[in-house]
Write a protein that binds this ligand. Sequence first.
Ligand code: NAD
Ligand code: GLY
Length: 355
Amino acid sequence: MKTITVKLKDRSYPIYIGKDILKNKNLLKKINSNNFALITNKKIKSLHLSKIKNTYLKKNLIILNDGEKYKNQDSISKIYNSLLKNKFSRDGCIVAFGGGVIGDMSGFAAATYQRGVNFVQIPTTLLAMVDSSVGGKTGINHPLGKNMIGSFHQPSAVIIDINVLKTLPKRQFNAGMAEVIKYGIIENKSFFNWIENNIEKIKSNEDSSIINIIKKSCEIKAKIVAMDEKEKNIRALLNLGHTFGHAIENNLGYGKWLHGEAVACGFLIACSVSIHNKTMKQVDYEKVKKVIKAFDLPTKLPRGLNLKKLYKTMTLDKKVKNNQMVYVIPKNIGKAYITNKIHKNIVMKALEEHV
Ligand code: NAD
Ligand code: GLY
């Protein structure tokens, strides 16, 4: 088992990564609680709940409906109702067992229930393992916008058991790979090269390769979060491709493309912007495109989108500051920067190149 620490002074926490580690009854010993509530959904309950051998973790089970459309206030109320009915106390600990939807909602419930209780993330999708379970962003959607209600609330531990990935549909796995590729583009060229050289091993779910991509991704995310927990500056690098991606998801209709698919296409648009800005070389663009394609992620925008409307949606994104569009742009593979100095014409040109 590998352990990475997210260093946030008295709120530091471990990320445990391994195979079959859900069997280990001692992993949560350090969490000072004997009162747990485990939140999951119907699908994960039937596929994987039996893998958790700590019966006391399952004493209070809260089973939510599966899907992004349930990432809302109703599900949060369901959690509060169950906790209150079971007299769940402030020294209790919530355990999130699922993908990013369950993790974000459970974290938000933990942040707000009785002004905040501890929580532990046990992510079950690749995306949740490499991104959403680490860093403390929690929240729900509002009818007027995705992830618009939320809070920063760090978990007390993250437990990643790669065994659960065996049942994850390939499309979901590939969407998680988009976030893995992101870390290589923004921060670490040798990691990007490693992914490029190990595509087949990753695709065939080879244990050591899967552990390596998760470990490396978590190390990079932990480092960035430790430097900028509340996204005042460099944490925004983690949003590479997201302004484009969110606008794609919104214009296409949520659920048609997975989030990872939309952001992967967004990486390429950001790379094109960089080429037009005379920073990135075409050869780096081609390398990014090759890796994205290898994981069956889209390299072109969905057909039929109105680009002017797409741009307008981008201007409504959470990432807009003082009325100026803020972009994350890769300089080359391994380094990215945050800027509000990209002219609309360049962005439109980059969008047109991906129709
Ligand atoms: P998800 O949680 O909806 O999971 C995708 C699907 O896979 C669901 O149907 C789920 O039940 C199923 N599933 C989960 N684990 C499985 C397994 N092991 N085997 C088979 N099926 C399994 O989606 P996601 O991609 O994990 O997360 C997306 C959410 O994460 C979005 O709401 C997004 O806003 C959020 N997110 C949050 C952060 C953050 O920093 N907090 C970062 C990125 C994304
Ligand atoms: N997923 C982006 C972040 O955690 O900041």
